[in-house]
Design a protein around this ligand. Structure first.
Ligand SMILES: Cc1ncc(COP(=O)(O)O)c(C=O)c1O
Ligand SMILES: Nc1c(O)cccc1C(=O)C[C@H](N)C(=O)O
Length: 413
């Protein structure tokens, strides 16, 4: 590109970003988060946070809420808070706040433990639901590692075999031996969105139980758990749900399966009568059956406060903006990054795209370090992937233009 056409591409994209930001119905949400100044803001220098697919930004009102939980609820009310501050019922109450964000009616989502622990609970329970005749678990061959490790352990514990299958190949791979299928909704590396309705239907047609990991889709796009008849699902709350580092995960058990959910971790919190202190276990009805032990109240209540930012936000608006952000990023990368320097791993088709863009780049580790030094925060996944996550509640189009411009300068240097 000549110097003149480079300048005109730049000013065109800057102008386009301004127009897109002005028309953005979610733009007011950014002020609800603690972030660096936006590009163009005289308070700059601007930082661009594109790592909300790993750790979501802090909603500004959360520290005050957490301070109240610590000082008053814990410091003053102490043990009374289990009842008076609603600590005991927090896992189901907060589950019901996450439920509409993933397309679930109330009473089916419980919050607690890590995603890894919930993958274990869900997968072993799925195998138990499927019955003795089915001797195989199918796991996403491209899965985030923790699901693969846990599936391997779940298979050994339940005496089933484990087969890793590419999500696209699941319909042809499942059969009357398949007990359960564990899939990631969005691939953590490439940002590829898998076809949840089709793959759930394929698992069901084979008589298998479908278990989904929603870590990279919850809060980023409509999931439609009830609508698509998903059996069990898990997800984290520290990415697009902005619950904070180590915020507890969630577990969805479809209502009509709850009586058959036989937890492999039947702790006292999931007992029908937890304070009965009985030697024999009797599972609670409904979502609380997914609980294990004492909930981590401080993290859980930070998450509860963080969920306030969803007030008045539709997941359709979030999805529309997410696709517009990733489309615009790809357009800017095309304009600013020297040809051949990066290769897009994220599908261009909207139906196959989550809310991140992954670019393959030979020296990705070094490039990401230099981007971060210039205030553009994404992340690096070995061996050669640059990941950029776009959280529609707080990322704007000027951020996107700036990130791609700095990327172009960094890899072009
Ligand atoms: C798809 C997926 N599953 C599971 C996890 C990890 O779960 P946790 O660390 O909450 O157990 C992550 C990210 O950390 C992830 O991206
Ligand atoms: N959970 C994380 C953590 O505790 C530290 C650093 C990163 C994470 C992540 O969430 C990584 C993320 N799941 C990924 O997609 O790579």
């Amino acid at each position: 590109m000549s110097e003149l056409s480079e300048v005109s591409a730049l000013s065109e994209l800057v102008e386009k970003a301004q127009k897109l930001d002005a028309a953005d119905e979610l733009r007011g949400k950014r002020a609800e988060f603690v972030l660096d100044a936006a590009p163009g803001d005289p308070a700059g220098p601007a930082g661009v946070y594109l790592d909300g697919n790993s750790l979501g930004a802090l909603p500004a009102h959360v520290p005050e809420k957490v301070a109240d939980v610590v000082r008053r609820q814990w410091g003053e009310l102490r043990i009374r808070s289990w009842e008076e501050s609603g600590w005991w019922t927090a896992p189901e109450r907060i589950g019901d706040r996450i439920a509409p964000l993933v397309g679930a009616a109330p009473g089916q989502v419980v919050v607690g433990d890590s995603t890894s622990v919930n993958v274990f609970k869900a997968l072993v329970a799925a195998v138990r639901m499927a019955g003795e005749g089915r001797d195989e678990i199918v796991v996403d061959a491209t899965t985030f590692p923790t699901d693969g490790y846990i599936a391997e352990s779940a298979a050994r514990l339940t005496g089933r075999g484990l087969r890793a299958v590419l999500p696209d190949d699941v319909p042809g791979a499942v059969g009357d031996r398949t007990a359960a299928v564990l899939l990631n909704h969005v691939d953590y590396r490439t940002g590829r969105l898998h076809d949840l309705p089709r793959l759930t239907a394929a698992a069901h047609a084979a008589g298998a139980v479908a278990v989904w990991d929603l870590c990279h889709s919850a809060g980023a796009l409509p999931v439609g758990l009830d609508e698509h008849g998903v059996d069990l699902a898990v997800g984290c709350t520290y990415k697009y749900l902005n619950g904070g580092p180590g915020a507890p995960a969630f577990l969805y058990v479809r209502r009509d399966l709850q009586d058959r959910f036989d937890s492999p971790l039947p702790g006292w919190n999931s007992h029908a009568e937890p304070f009965g202190m009985r030697p024999e276990y009797r599972p609670a009805p409904g979502a609380p059956r997914g609980r294990v032990g004492t909930p981590d109240i401080l993290s859980m209540l930070a998450l509860e406060a963080a969920l306030d930012v969803w007030e008045g936000v539709s997941m359709e608006a979030v999805r529309a903006k997410s696709l517009a952000l990733t489309d615009f990023f790809l357009e800017c990368v095309e304009a600013y990054v020297p040809p051949g320097r990066v290769e897009c791993l994220t599908p261009l088709r909207h139906e196959e795209r989550g809310s991140q863009v992954a670019l393959r780049c030979d020296d990705a580790g070094d490039v990401m370090k230099r981007l971060i030094a210039r205030g553009v925060v994404g992340d690096f996944r070995p061996p050669d992937v640059l990941r950029f996550g776009f959280t529609p509640l707080y990322v704007g189009f000027a951020d996107v233009e700036r990130a791609a411009r700095v990327l172009g300068e960094t890899v072009g240097a």
